[in-house]
Design a protein around this ligand. Sequence first.
Ligand code: G3P
Ligand code: CA
Length: 228
Amino acid sequence: MKKPLKMGHRGAKAYVIENTIESIEKALELGVDGIEVDVHKCASGELVVFHDFTLDRMTNGSGELGKYSLSELKALKVKQQFSIPTLEEVLAVVDKKCVMNIELKGRDTASRVCKVITNFIEEKGWKNEDFIISSFQHHELEDVYNINPNFRLGVLTKASVTDALEFAQTINAYAIHPNYALLSKGNVKLAQHEGYKVITWTVNDDESIKRMISYGVDAIISDNPDRL
Ligand code: G3P
Ligand code: CA
């Protein structure tokens, strides 16, 4: 049976607070093949790695992340001890040790993400295939495709594999990223037959991990990737 790639969700979310440098370091220590992080654009234009649209759940700040400048966000504490990293800071830590799956979570992140990736490819020795850019927001993926059709794109879905495959065609996507509850052996085979990788999330328990492996998925995103 094919071994799927193991990818850490928001770093290694089960072990260290999500989307922090420390969580990224933990994922690397666990020997992941890839790391998934979420990005938002802040008011001063930089990209920060953070999941929520608002600061309340994870930090001592409150309200919409997008209204704060980078220096204001840097002054906050994530769960009393960590800081919010920029995308560049995360990439510097990963330093080509594994694939980076950047999820365009916030609004209007496509062009800045393309700039950052291009810079890391041209100046820091990263390769195109070291990156996968995913999103639930189809227009953001279209924007990336229009900027650089060679970037690897992943169509996230929690609703329909069929719709994801239909959209994937229009942007020459590399992969579909369905929630694991949507998958069957049949639709995994179909997607792969159509030329797409299947990267599923967020699979944490042993039974579901085994089922996804038996379906032949290409990669599994997990809070505890070491379970794979
Ligand atoms: O990229 C897969 C997964 O991270 C999508 O859901 O809410 O964890 O960003 P969420
Ligand atoms: Ca995510």
